[in-house]
Design a protein around this ligand. Structure first.
Ligand code: ADQ
Length: 477
């Protein structure tokens, strides 16, 4: 008889493991100070942690090296810091995670560096995460490990706690085999991940890549239809769980946030990104410049508002990108600006969420054109905040979000001419068509929100854990 579909049990506690904790600690004038993060992951995990109890394990932020003041922070659930020294941070985080795995997994192999020492420190830090997690995990708990900083932790934890239910979610793309196999430690990464009962990726394309890598690189037995990898007597389920956002939260911010101060009649094309070379900011500026060149009717009327939040400035490639963007903005403004209009307004800073919601709401077009992106939440936040005059989303076909957000205008971000044309189409699109596309986009984001995502991952994890246990019992009996 078919077993009923497993559900995340009421008795299970949740153990969330991620590189960063949902709070950052800094040394203030009166001792350690803490700041709560408001990111997507906090919205995803907090409701479950508060309902079921549990613990969030992670690194508390660069400048904090003492444990004082941690324990009282978790109100409904505990917070457990994993200490990382300055040298380790340099090798594990800025080095292996952000200069090896990040560019390679975004299919940018020429930007990728491979250093043995970085890899060794990455292994040691992953081991520490596994130790801390094992010491806090009780029987019946579900452990949810996040992202490319912790590829080895699932199997390291499995060695310490063989019966634990372990899920892993990757927030960036999983690359095709021909890219993945460039990594000198490709085998170790696959073996690390296969310690999980369930591996979640954003979209189906990445699950196909993972299954292909497991089959070709390890020789694992792969059932593509069911998304199951069998290797070394264990089974792991691999499936797509497209991440959503906290729709109600963003919508209500957009409904209540005060208006900005744009000149009347000005059309805004909005870009919002971390300053990262995967986000395609220079290519986008070239496309905007081409728009003004080819369709001069937009001059004086359309402004590109680019908001870039500083990111990873310890890494040389990011500092170089900052200089490149500064120069490009200067060049385009120098070429097209008049006494009363500048074509590009560029803000290099983080913006509070309420202000961000107003920017999204008031923009006529959002330009979201990464060269590669796991999902991209900015595209989702934009359509959610469109509560007044319907705007148009111009979206890179190389973002995971493009797999579901089909009513956007999809572009190849490397195609400057094509992106300029798409911008022109977006700026001149009739109201009825904008409304129709936006209604469909918003309806999907409303129903596939972050809470649905978390529940569906945890329910699947229960099922995958049962399946893995059944297989092991069968193999040993
Ligand atoms: P990111 O690469 O950070 O995330 P993204 O999904 O776009 O990319 O999320 C960025 C977040 O930062 C958004 O919530 C946005 O509101 C916020 N943000 C951006 N610029 C900001 C600014 N100037 N001020 C304030 N906030 C700003 C990684 C992967 C993505 C994947 C997510 C989640 O690279 O592909 O979608 O994780 O899995």
């Amino acid at each position: 008889m078919a077993r009923p579909k497993a559900r995340f049990s009421r008795q299970s506690r949740l153990v969330v493991v991620s590189n960063r904790l949902p709070v950052t600690f800094r040394r203030g004038p009166r001792g350690p100070e803490s700041y709560r993060s408001t990111g997507g992951l906090v919205a995803a995990f907090e409701p479950t942690l508060e309902e079921h109890g549990g613990v969030w394990i992670g690194w508390p932020g660069t400048e904090f090296d003492s444990e004082a003041g941690f324990k009282e922070l978790g109100d409904q659930y505990a917070i457990e810091p994993v200490p990382i020294s300055r040298t380790e941070l340099k090798r594990y985080y800025h080095g292996f995670a952000n200069r090896t795995l990040w560019p390679l997994f975004h299919s940018l192999p020429t930007q990728t560096v491979y250093h043995l020492q970085d890899w060794q420190t990455y292994c040691e830090v992953n081991e520490r995460f596994a130790d801390v997690t094992a010491s806090l995990t009780k029987r019946g708990d579900s452990v949810w490990i996040n992202d490319y900083h912790l590829f080895l932790t699932p199997s390291q934890l499995r060695e310490r706690k063989p019966d634990t239910s372990i899920g892993f979610f990757l927030h960036i793309p999983f690359p095709p085999y021909d890219i993945f196999r460039l990594l000198p430690w490709a085998t170790e990464v696959l073996l690390g991940l296969l310690g999980s009962d369930l591996i979640g990726l954003h979209v189906k394309g990445y699950t196909r890549n993972f299954l292909e890598c497991a089959r070709r690189h390890l020789g694992a037995h792969v059932d593509r239809r069911r998304g199951i990898v069998e290797f070394d007597g264990r089974s792991t389920r691999v499936a797509a769980f497209p991440l959503g956002i906290d729709f109600d939260h963003f919508e209500s911010l957009a409904l209540s946030a005060p208006s900005g101060d744009h000149p009347v009649g000005e059309q805004i094309v909005l870009g919002v990104d971390r300053l990262d070379y995967t986000k395609g900011i220079p290519q986008r500026i070239h496309a905007f410049s081409r728009l003004l060149e080819r369709y001069p009717e937009h001059r004086q009327h359309v402004t590109l508002l680019q908001v870039a939040v500083p990111s990873r400035s310890e890494v040389a490639e990011y500092r170089q990108l900052k200089r490149e963007i500064d120069e490009l903005v200067g060049r385009v403004n120098g070429r097209f600006a008049t006494a009363t209009w500048s074509p590009i307004r560029y803000l290099y800073r983080s913006v509070p969420q309420e202000r961000l919601a107003a920017l999204y709401r008031d923009a006529h077009v959002a330009i979201v054109t990464p060269l590669r992106d796991g999902m991209n939440l900015v595209a989702k936040e934009y359509v959610t905040c469109q509560v007044a005059n319907p705007g148009v989303l111009v979206l890179s076909m190389l973002a995971g979000a493009a797999e579901t957000m089909r009513e956007a205008i999809l572009v190849n971000p490397y195609d400057v001419e094509g992106t300029a044309l798409a911008l022109h189409r977006a700026l001149t699109m009739p109201w009825k068509e904008r409304e129709k596309r936006l209604d469909a986009l918003r309806a999907r984001e409303r129903s596939s929100n972050v809470h649905v995502w978390a529940k569906s991952f945890l329910d699947s994890l229960s099922g995958a854990h049962e399946l893995a246990e059944d297989l092991q019992v069968a193999a040993t009996s």
